[in-house]
Design a protein around this ligand. Structure first.
Ligand SMILES: NC(=O)c1ccc[n+]([C@@H]2O[C@H](COP(=O)([O-])OP(=O)(O)OC[C@H]3O[C@@H](n4cnc5c(N)ncnc54)[C@H](O)[C@@H]3O)[C@@H](O)[C@H]2O)c1
Ligand SMILES: O=C(O)C[C@H](O)C(=O)O
Length: 329
């Protein structure tokens, strides 16, 4: 039986691919838990509101016990009024031949107004996941417009990369994904991301010691880092269901905690950890305790790892400078 007051969850881009893969699972309890009622607030651009209404009709037709209302709007302030969870998905996806950073001009302008609306209208406990690409820098744009909201409540999604790394390593070693712990995606959700097998473990032993180095460096890392482009090549469109799944994993763990002795990957505003410049939204190993992400401290980084992380952080710094030049933060 669903208990208590519903948690308001705002999803932008509700009429899009990811939105369609996400909303029914949120209403089924996969976001916050099987006993947490939700109220959905769907934000779309005016010309897509009718499509969002169609999705809402289907949500109604599922008669979900946990779904206690759906609001649909093109008004950003109304969309975030009283919201506790913001899933900022609405943004243009890249197409074949583009890098995610090429979307900065097209999408960057979306996230400032949404950050301000969150600042002015969201609930005090609001937590935000930015999915729209380039996700890390779009999260920085949104966060920079919400000075009254603790910075760490703004995150960007690298959980899809994290899940991809688990899947690739499991296939290589012919183990279930549940045999793998302590996986980390460092840096930017881009081709410079660094999936770290020197701290990951398979059946309790360091992963890097169980694979050959050429495979690790020349196959595993590029396969994970460029998986988004491979999906676009194969599907003719960017990832949707796997992205929605990762968004659900991210928020579910944020609210419910990460497993004891393990961690996940979250792009968070840096506090200077691991030499990542303060304020950059970069992916770190993170645990969730009492609804708060904490960066896992003290992991050893060899020279190779350090170089890879530095390269991705350099890209994030360049993106931050670019959006500053554009007046977006
Ligand atoms: N971070 C990740 O791991 C990850 C994974 C997959 C996709 N993505 C990104 O997620 C975004 C959405 O992907 P998609 O496949 O759903 O795209 P899509 O084109 O299918 O849907 C995007 C939706 O956003 C809406 N939208 C555009 N501007 C908006 C605004 N200002 N407010 C509200 N809604 C707005 C559009 O009308 C559209 O319905 C893309 O930028 C894509 O690159 C990120
Ligand atoms: O690669 C993309 O453009 C979509 C998304 O960021 C992904 O990683 O699948």
């Amino acid at each position: 039986m669903s208990q208590g007051r519903p948690v308001k969850v705002t999803v932008t881009g509700a009429a899009g691919q990811i939105g369609y893969a996400l909303l029914f699972r949120i209403a089924s309890g996969h976001l916050l838990g099987p006993d947490v009622p939700v109220r959905l607030s769907l934000l779309e651009i005016p010309q897509a509101v009718k499509a969002a209404e169609g999705t809402a009709m289907e949500l109604d037709d599922c008669a979900f016990p946990l779904l206690q209302g759906i609001d649909i709007t093109d008004d950003v302030n109304q969309a975030f009024d009283g919201t506790s969870v913001g899933l900022l998905v609405g943004a243009r996806p890249r197409t074949k031949g583009m890098e995610r950073g090429d979307l900065l001009q097209a999408n960057g302008g979306i996230f400032g107004p949404q950050g301000k609306a969150i600042n002015d209208h969201a609930a005090d406990d609001v937590r935000v996941l930015v999915v729209g690409n380039p996700a890390n820098t779009n999260a920085l744009i949104a966060q920079s417009h919400a000075p009254d909201v603790p910075a760490e409540r703004f995150t960007a999604m690298t959980r899809l990369d994290h899940n991809r790394a688990l899947s690739q390593l499991a296939a290589k070693l012919d183990v279930p994904v549940t045999a793998i712990t302590r996986m980390t995606i460092w840096g930017n959700h881009s081709a410079t991301q660094y999936p770290d097998l020197y701290n990951a473990e398979v059946n309790g032993k360091i992963a890097a010691e169980q694979v050959d180095e050429p495979w690790l460096r020349d196959t595993f890392i590029p396969t994970v880092a460029k998986r988004g482009a491979a999906i676009i090549e194969a599907r003719g469109a960017s990832s949707a269901a796997s992205a929605a799944n990762a968004a659900l994993n991210h928020v579910h763990d944020w609210f419910n905690g990460t497993p004891e002795g393990d961690w996940t990957s979250v792009a968070l505003p840096s506090d200077g950890s691991y030499g990542v410049p303060e304020g950059l939204i970069s992916s770190f190993p993170a645990i969730s305790r009492h609804g708060k992400w904490e960066i896992v401290q003290g992991l050893p980084l060899n020279a190779f790892s350090r170089d890879r992380i530095n390269a991705s952080v350099r890209e994030l710094t360049e993106e931050r400078d670019a959006v500053t030049q554009l007046g977006l933060i």
